[in-house]
Design a protein around this ligand. Structure first.
Ligand code: ACO
Length: 276
């Protein structure tokens, strides 16, 4: 468990049947993101990406919180008073894992929102591909409540997943909402009673694990790239990416799928994944 590998103090990892359960582990501080979490998450994500036994990553929090956002003391007050270069480095490392690293992470990621989720924690949440929340988890863009704007890249992320009305409403009021509302807002995929949270998350992870991982990676990468492309470029890019993916796919999934459906009639692609 982590020791000597760059994590274990603020972030723990449990690997079970190809699923890495990454837990932000500062329950006494509601898993507020301090420089220690930033450092350890970078190490953990690197390691999970390299570990071939890991198929899917789940990010959650210990105790009552998913995460209470950035640590007001260790991430804001202390660095604000320190050397500007150190502060810039800290902000850059935080952006590195919460945004780029998560968005283009080479394995599927799921946020399991077990409790409080505020401010900067929205970035971790939206940075994951998919999200499952407890019905009674509490979310809030609380920045306005203490006199800052949702920065890092939170406002941009929120604008990607919520409507303009909803995003501005929660950015401007700082009002909290629960897991069920988060589902309505498009912030999470699924909201379930707390006692079902882990099993539902595991079931979703199992679904993802059963897919062709090479193609899953290409599908996710393509999604993020085409969002900002013109229709013309998107078509060219997607066809090229599709050809490259078929060509490079180590298990030649498309061939297996076609054979099993058209020749062997052993499965139906509309209803399940081909036999791998
Ligand atoms: N930064 C630093 N410390 C925090 C944070 C945080 N974001 N959140 C909680 N803590 C600390 C508390 O100061 C307290 O520390 P202490 O025991 O040393 O006094 C400890 O965690 C426990 O928190 P409580 O406030 O006692 O827990 P409670 O259950 O009463 O409330 C709640 C939980 C609602 C999450 C509250 O802690 C809170 O409002 N936290 C701040 C949420 C927030 O606005 N986050 C920042 C968003 S902005 C951004 O991320 C850019």
């Amino acid at each position: 468990e982590g020791s000597g590998r760059g994590w274990g103090e603020f972030v723990t990892v449990e690997t079970e049947d190809g699923i890495a359960w990454i837990t932000l582990n500062r329950p006494e501080k509601q898993n507020a993101i301090n420089p220690g979490i930033v450092r350890e998450m970078i190490a953990v994500l690197d390691a999970m990406e390299e570990d071939d036994s890991v198929g899917v990553v789940v990010i959650t929090g210990a105790g009552d919180a998913f995460s209470a956002g950035q640590d007001l003391k260790e991430y804001f007050r202390v660095p604000d008073a320190g050397p500007p270069l150190d502060r810039e480095r800290l902000y850059a490392s935080n952006a590195a894992w919460q945004w780029r690293r998560m968005m283009y992470f080479r394995k599927p990621t799921i946020a399991m929102v077990n409790g409080w989720c505020f401010g900067g924690a929205f970035q971790v949440l939206i940075g994951c591909d998919l999200a499952v929340a407890a019905d009674d988890a509490v979310f809030g863009l609380s920045e306005i409540n203490w006199g800052i704007i949702p920065a890092g890249i939170v406002t941009k992320s929120v604008a990607e997943v919520m409507s303009q009305r909803d995003a501005l409403y929660y950015i401007m009021t700082g009002e909290t909402f629960d897991g069920r509302r988060a589902k309505e807002l498009g912030l999470v995929n699924i909201a379930v009673p707390r006692e079902e949270l882990r099993d539902r998350t595991r079931a979703l992870a199992e679904t993802l694990k059963a897919k062709n991982p090479f193609v899953l990676r290409a599908a996710k990468t393509a999604y993020h790239h085409v969002k900002s492309m013109s229709w013309e470029s998107a078509l060219e890019y997607l066809m090229a990416k599709s050809d490259a993916t078929k060509f490079r796919d180590p298990e030649k999934g498309d061939q297996a799928g076609m054979r099993q459906f058209l020749d062997e009639k052993s499965y139906r692609p509309g209803l399940q994944t081909y036999e791998r």
